[in-house]
Design a protein around this ligand. Sequence first.
Ligand SMILES: Cc1ncc(C[n+]2csc(CCOP(=O)(O)OP(=O)(O)O)c2C)c(N)n1
Length: 311
Amino acid sequence: MITRLDQLPAKEAISPGHNACAGCGALIAVRQILLAAPRPLIVVNATGCLEVVTTPYPYTAWNVPWLHVAFENAAAAASGVEAALKVLERKGLGRRHNIIVFAGDGGTFDIGLQSLSGALERGHRLLFVCYDNEAYMNTGIQRSAATPPGAWSSTTPAGKQESKKDIMSIVIAHGVKYAATATPFLWKDLVNKVAKAFTFDGPAFLHVYAPCPRGWYTEPDKTIQLSRLAVETRYFPLYEVENGRYKINYFVTRPKPLEEFLSLQNRYRVLLRPENAELLQKLKQEVEERWKRLEALSQQREAPSSTHLVS
Ligand SMILES: Cc1ncc(C[n+]2csc(CCOP(=O)(O)OP(=O)(O)O)c2C)c(N)n1
């Protein structure tokens, strides 16, 4: 269990001088993840902000082997890397590596979902990390299936009407042995989840909440405060699912008002107008229902019987 910074096992794998915006939640989380990920390590990166800001040709900010693939097939490419290294090791010609896939919410919830599903179903030993900034940021803040109700995006100027896709439940339904949520505000929780993910001989999934100053119209120095408020309003609960058993890692008994979190983000400007009270109510209801469902699941003693476990 890591409790102090000097216990982090690895060296920096991403160097200063990348082109991320000031206060980019994704880069803060990625740095934390890479400090905790056991070596040897290979990173597979879907198209998106993370890839673009770390690799302006001919430069790279990566200090570990890194593979960029298309938006839709990062998990498939990572599966190939994992399978190839497994064979090489068996033949005495190489060594298995730990593999991390990084993809944004667009590359996970939407266009990368089929290849993620395939990798989970085949049981490849890899950690898939979705850094969720709740829109397609790299191409100009278009809505994704992760964009919450009421949020402004360039394709939902009046506020998105639909709900956020429940990616964790989709992943868990594949029977993965380990899936968890995390956010850079609680770095110890995040790094310990990364270390734990690699103790399973199969696929693991980490859903990381990553505030985006550019896309959310927030101040760069508010990123950690926002990731904290997301947890403390119950908007983004921190939990893990190990062998089908749910556990809440940060129990929020008295949630802060959701408005406290929303009002710091200019993307909710329209939602907070009186005429949109109904949409705000929808978002609040979803937050509460998610929490209640999670509480109920975490109180179950047995793993749900429908869950099969991939080994
Ligand atoms: C098949 C395909 N469609 C569209 C694009 C254009 N594109 C590049 S990055 C991107 C958005 C990525 O969004 P997300 O995965 O959420 O990551 P973020 O940019 O927010 O980091 C899009 C639509 C592409 N590269 N390939």
